[in-house]
Design a protein around this ligand. Structure first.
Ligand code: ATP
Ligand code: MG
Length: 402
């Protein structure tokens, strides 16, 4: 049996485990933190599972918060940290291929681990670093295999999101889908239609930004899962091309912009409709759609004062990164230089404003005013005129804006 040294976050969380154990209950580290520790990766937060019921946990600690008590999760605050402590539970009667109708708290660790998705996510580790492995997870880690806990077909019928999770982990870890797990996804891929887009999106994003995206996308495409994701039904080739990015994508908006690019979408309206179907937040949707437009522009033109001003330096740099990722010529230094030399970075820095222009023209505001300020802004950004009140007013006069 493997042992993991109790250091870092595990050590910090030790008093939580010990307090629960001293009260006569079982407590273990579980889930992704144990998987990552066994893989030798950095672990930033731990999940704790226990045989104690939520009310019992609340009695043991001074400060707790009910974060999901109906699911058995209590947040314990200790030494400036917070820990999610979840009671061992089973889940029953999945009626609609997603989340259980009810959870039942149990006192058995094995029962709890049985309801987890993949063997590599179904470890428990005690306070000494001893690993409990009921489903061959350690062997699968060694052999780099993604395998459902128990009967894959049943597990995917209970919660279809697990299929997305399987390919997501293949992409993050570079593991292979075990044959039964693979075929169970092929057969059940359509059940993904029952899953909320927001939950699918979380896994999709992690997959598309995975270190081994080519491997992850191979599973995603070959199992047909992709066909049940928003806007991807005809995207087989696009996804295969997307997966050739030369390095893992670091920023979510870059991922969406590149995906739109490979989908062959050109029009901003179409891009937004696609992103809307994935239910992105407004901010991320706007940034991704803008980045996509800038990327398309950059495939045939250079960055200019106007692109850097309009899209911002950050987005302009992201466009260069996107070009790099798809093996096209890119130039970050040019963006830095343009930005450093930009006469203004926002309309607020313009040496005129509505009031000044209205006074000059002795006229109330209206459409003409917006047009005038926009023209002045453009001329200043392009460097055609200096950002000085007199010079701008002169320019506006010459061009019949005032
Ligand atoms: P990450 O490092 O990306 O957070 P994780 O494995 O910790 O990966 P979480 O979504 O945080 O993933 O879930 C924590 C644990 O809960 C998983 O390791 C797994 O044991 C279990 N789990 C999560 N989602 C499911 C699911 N849909 N079905 C069954 N078990 C799940
Ligand atoms: Mg996690």
């Amino acid at each position: 049996m493997k042992q993991v040294p109790i250091t870092g976050v595990f050590k910090k969380a030790l008093p939580v485990l010990e307090t629960i154990q001293e009260a006569g209950f079982e407590a273990y580290y579980v889930g992704g933190s144990v998987r990552d520790a066994l893989l030798g990766k950095d672990v930033n937060d731990v999940d704790i599972a226990t045989s104690a019921f939520p009310e019992e946990i609340k009695k043991l600690f001074k400060k707790t918060v009910d974060v999901g008590i109906e699911h058995g999760t209590v947040m314990v605050l200790m030494n400036d940290e917070s820990y999610e402590v979840t009671t061992f539970r089973t889940e029953s009667t999945y009626q609609d291929f997603r989340r259980p109708d009810s959870v039942t708290f149990v006192r058995s660790l094995e029962e709890d681990l049985k309801r987890r998705d993949l063997t590599i996510n179904a470890f428990a580790m005690d306070q000494t670093g001893d690993i409990q492995d009921f489903f061959g997870g350690e062997r699968d880690l060694d052999e780099q295999i993604i395998r459902a806990v128990g009967k894959a077909e049943e597990r995917f019928n209970e919660d279809a999101l697990r299929m997305m999770r399987a390919v997501r982990f293949a992409s993050q870890l570079g593991f292979h889908l075990e044959a039964d797990t693979f075929y169970a996804i092929v057969v059940n891929a359509h059940l993904l239609e029952n899953i909320a887009i927001e939950r699918i999106r979380v896994e999709f994003v992690k997959m598309a930004m995975g270190k081994y995206v080519r491997q992850g996308f191979t599973g995603f495409v070959e199992t047909n899962l992709y066909a049940y994701c928003p806007g991807l039904v005809h995207a087989r080739d696009a996804l295969e091309n997307f997966a050739k990015v030369i390095e893992p994508i670091q920023r979510e908006r870059q991922m969406w912009a590149l995906l739109l690019y490979y989908l062959g979408i050109q029009r901003g309206k179409e891009a937004r409709a696609f992103l809307k179907n994935w239910k992105l937040s407004n901010q991320l949707l706007n940034q991704s759609a803008d980045l996509h437009q800038l990327l398309l522009y950059r495939l045939h033109s250079e960055q200019t004062n106007e692109t850097v001003y309009r899209y911002s330096k950050e987005l302009a740099l992201d466009a260069e990164t996107c070009l790099d990722l798809i093996n096209q010529p890119f130039d970050k230094k040019a963006v830095e230089n343009i930005d450093a030399a930009l006469p203004i970075h926002s309309r607020k820095e313009l040496a005129i404003d509505g009031k000044i222009v209205m006074a000059e023209n002795q006229q109330r505001g209206g459409r003409w005013l917006g047009d005038a300020i926009e023209a002045a802004e453009r001329a200043v950004v392009r460097g055609d005129i200096a950002n000085e009140t007199a010079e701008i007013l002169d320019f506006l006069k010459k061009n019949d804006y005032v």
